[in-house]
Design a protein around this ligand. Sequence first.
Ligand SMILES: NC(=O)c1ccc[n+]([C@@H]2O[C@H](COP(=O)([O-])OP(=O)(O)OC[C@H]3O[C@@H](n4cnc5c(N)ncnc54)[C@H](OP(=O)(O)O)[C@@H]3O)[C@@H](O)[C@H]2O)c1
Length: 287
Amino acid sequence: VTDTYRLADTTVHRIGYGAMQLPGPGVMGPPRDRDEALRVLRRAVELGVDHIDTAQFYGPDVSNELIRGALHPYPAGLALVTKVGARRDAEGQWLPAQSPADLRADVEANLRSLGTERLTAVNLRRMDEHGVGGVPIEEQLGELAALRDEGKIAGVGVSTVDAGQLDAAIATTEIVCVQNAFSLVDQSDAGVLDRCTAEGIAYVPYFPLGSAFPDMPKVVDRPAVQAVAARLGVPAARVGLAWLLARAENVLLIPGTSSVAHLEDNMAVADVHLSEDDLAELATATA
Ligand SMILES: NC(=O)c1ccc[n+]([C@@H]2O[C@H](COP(=O)([O-])OP(=O)(O)OC[C@H]3O[C@@H](n4cnc5c(N)ncnc54)[C@H](OP(=O)(O)O)[C@@H]3O)[C@@H](O)[C@H]2O)c1
């Protein structure tokens, strides 16, 4: 397992951090424990995280404010990656904001709230599952490419896209990363991952542990994961993350956590070496 991969104009460690668990319950409002949230971010960077995934709509406005509060002025080489395409209403509903003008406004909002002049990558978060439709991906990526030409974004990515949309994206402009749901319990995106590996595009699985949503299957609950973890004497989460790292060289991890203890569990993933037998056993863990 190589320990770095290219992400736009930056080379990042393959173990990053996802900031979606920092706001309050349901990704709304302030954290239960603000000091712990700030400690998580500072400890992540101390332990070598140089790739943080966020969004203005986490909180909304909460994750970015915490990142700025904990880490600004940012260390050289820290890749801040955000996503645009959604907003939240006062009840916490996820609202599509998919027009080119929405995307531009949201990139500007991220630059302001994070206090930076340039984002390492911005993912177009498609919201097709919310039935938005209508806005051609080429127009959306054209706007993000214009923001890249203006120097506000180093690289353009896409999120929650299917194989056809990825083809259209690659045909439209240079794509540096794809952020789709993928984990031991949900391997339905394997085809897109393999395409990204072949193209040299970073693949950043979201929900790498199965998410924080109570109704979704969890990697740490799978018997195969628990069996391998017990054999190796490591936490189950670390086994699920190590499997992802072993899956392909272009996988960049951004596990989400609100706790320093879990962060430290997850950061030690590089020390886990899965044997062929371990990998074969884990391959059966799909929910
Ligand atoms: N592009 C998109 O549409 C999209 C969608 C979702 C997420 N994302 C990004 O992907 C990142 C990762 O996804 P996610 O945070 O939703 O889900 P995840 O990383 O699969 O799982 C997070 C959940 O796992 C728990 N957890 C973390 N480390 C653990 C450990 N060592 N042991 C036991 N439990 C552990 C967390 O609880 P604790 O807080 O208690 O640790 C939280 O409940 C997000 O943070 C976000 O940046 C992107």
